[in-house]
Design a binder for this molecule. Structure first.
Ligand code: GLC
Length: 420
C-alpha cells in the first residue's frame, strides 16, 4: 500500500504516445492494420525528426492540467525505442541523436511530477518475436516458415534486458505500464501468454531494480493496479470482494498515436466528467495525448488540456487526494470525498434544488467550490414540499440545497459539503 500512496492520491495523469507511427499519422497500430513490411516502414524511421518534441512543454502541460504524473511510451508495438538502448539500433538516439526518455524523465522530475514509462511487450520489429494474430506478417504466405527461425527465448532475453536498461539508467521510475498479454488462439495463431514474457521473473526484476515502483496488470499476472481501457467503470472495482487500485486510460479521440484525420475528439466537459466519475469510483484517469510527427502536442489536445486545467485550478481538491464516498449520489451527479469534505459533481443542472438522500444532519456547511459561495441547506418536510401536488416530495432524511437557476459558468459545477 505504502508505495501506491502517491498514485491513489494523484488521481490524474498524462499518457504520451510517441513513436514512428506519429509520423505515419494514422493510428499507432498502422503497421499491423495495413500489414506494412519492415521495408515499407523504413521511411518513417528515415524521416524521424522530433524537432518539436519538448519534454519540458509536455511536463508543463500536464502540470497545468492538474495532473500529478505522466507516462511515456518508451517502446510501442512497432519496437522503436525512444531511449538509447544498447540492445538495438532501432532507437531515437540512432535516428535523431536524442534520448527522449532521458529528456522526459528529467523534465517530469523538474516539474515535480511522478515518472511513468510504458513498455510494449509486443515487438513487431524484433526478428525473434514470433508471428501471431496481431503481427503485421500474419498473412504472409510463408509466415509459418518465418516462425521456424524466430526464437522467443532470444526475444525474452532482449525484453528483460531492455526493462533492465530502463529501470537502471534513468534514476527513480515510479510507474511501469506493460502492454500486453493475449494468450487466446485466433485465426490459427497462438497469442502470447505470461510464459512468453516470463512475467513472474520480469515482475521480480522490476521490484528488485526499483523497490518502490508500481507495475500494471498487463503481464498476464496480477500487478499493482488494473487498467480498464477506453472504458469507464460504473462501480468501484473489486476482485474477490476486495477493492482494487485502478486506473482508466482514455484517449482524446479514440486513437493513442497521432491520427491526423481523426476528428472524434471528446469535449473538455466529457473528459472532466470522466475524471470526476473515475475518482468517484475510487479510480484514476490517465488521459492520453499523441504528439504529432515532429513531437509537438496537437492543438486539439493542447486546447482540451487547457480547458481541463482551467477547471482543475478551481476544483482540483475534489479530485487530487479525493476518492470514493460511501453515500448514494443524487441522480444529477457523483460524489467524491476528501477527509471531512464531500464533493458533489453536478453532471446535469437541476431546477432550483438538488436533493441529497440520506444526508440530512450530516453537513455543517455547503458552498460552490469554484467561487466559495454559500448555499442554503434545508431539510424540507416532505408534506410541505411539493405544495399542491400529491404524491411528490422527498424521503425523510433528505438534505436539500437551494441552487441558482442558471448553471455556474464552469464545465462541471462542484458543491463542497463540510461534513460534521
Ligand atoms: C492497447 C493498444 C495500444 C495502447 C494501449 C494503451 O492495448 O495496443 O496501442 O498503447 O492499449 O492502454
Amino acid at each position: 500500500m505504502e508505495t501506491k500512496g502517491w498514485f491513489i492520491e494523484g488521481r490524474f495523469g498524462l499518457f504520451v504516445h510517441f513513436g514512428l507511427y506519429s509520423g505515419a499519422a494514422r493510428h499507432e497500430w498502422v503497421q499491423t492494420t495495413e500489414k506494412i513490411t519492415d521495408a515499407q516502414y523504413l521511411p518513417y524511421l528515415e524521416s524521424f525528426d522530433p524537432d518539436l518534441f519538448d519534454a519540458t512543454a509536455i511536463a508543463a502541460a500536464a502540470k497545468a492540467a492538474g495532473m500529478t504524473y505522466a507516462v511515456l511510451t518508451a517502446k510501442h508495438h512497432e519496437g522503436f525505442c525512444l531511449w538509447d538502448s544498447a540492445l538495438t539500433d532501432f532507437t531515437a538516439r540512432k535516428a535523431s541523436g536524442r534520448d527522449l526518455v532521458a529528456e522526459f524523465v528529467s523534465a517530469l522530475r523538474e516539474a515535480g511530477l511522478k515518472v511513468g514509462l510504458y513498455y510494449s511487450l509486443i515487438d513487431w520489429h524484433h526478428p525473434d518475436f514470433t508471428i501471431d494474430w496481431n503481427h503485421p506478417r500474419r498473412d504472409d504466405a510463408d509466415a509459418v516458415l518465418q516462425n521456424a527461425t524466430r526464437e522467443m527465448e532470444r526475444y525474452r532475453e532482449y525484453l528483460h534486458g531492455q526493462v533492465r536498461e530502463l529501470l537502471t539508467g534513468y534514476g527513480r521510475i515510479d510507474y511501469l505500464f506493460f502492454d500486453f498479454t493475449y494468450p487466446e488462439t485466433k485465426q490459427g495463431w497462438v497469442g502470447k501468454s505470461s510464459e512468453d514474457w516470463a512475467s513472474a521473473e520480469l515482475l521480480r526484476l522490476c521490484r528488485e531494480l526499483q523497490p518502490t515502483i508500481i507495475v500494471n496488470d498487463r503481464l498476464g499476472i496480477p500487478g499493482d493496479f488494473v487498467t480498464p481501457e477506453q472504458y469507464q467503470p460504473t462501480e468501484p472495482l473489486v476482485v474477490d470482494g476486495n477493492p482494487v487500485v485502478w486506473e482508466a486510460c482514455q484517449t482524446t479521440n479514440g486513437s493513442w498515436g497521432y491520427d491526423r484525420d481523426n476528428d472524434k475528439h471528446k469535449s473538455a466537459d466529457l473528459l472532466i466528467r470522466m475524471l470526476c466519475d473515475s475518482v468517484s469510483m475510487g479510480g484514476n484517469m490517465l488521459l492520453n495525448i499523441g504528439p504529432n510527427g515532429r513531437g509537438q502536442i496537437d492543438r486539439r489536445d493542447s486546447s482540451v488540456l487547457d480547458e481541463i486545467g482551467e477547471w482543475m485550478a478551481l476544483h482540483g481538491r475534489a479530485i487530487v487526494g479525493a476518492g470514493h464516498a460511501q453515500f448514494d449520489p443524487p441522480r444529477e451527479g457523483v460524489y467524491t470525498r476528501r477527509g471531512d469534505k464531500l464533493y458533489l459533481h453536478l453532471f446535469s443542472w437541476p431546477m432550483g434544488f438538488v436533493h441529497l438522500p440520506g444526508l440530512a444532519g450530516t453537513a455543517a456547511y455547503a458552498r460552490f467550490l469554484h467561487d466559495g459561495s454559500w448555499l442554503q441547506m434545508s431539510e424540507i418536510d416532505p408534506d410541505q414540499e411539493a405544495l399542491v401536488t400529491r404524491p411528490a416530495g422527498q424521503a425523510d432524511g433528505t438534505l436539500t440545497l437551494t441552487l441558482p437557476i442558471r448553471k455556474p459558468d464552469v464545465a462541471v459545477p462542484v458543491i463542497e459539503l463540510s461534513l460534521r
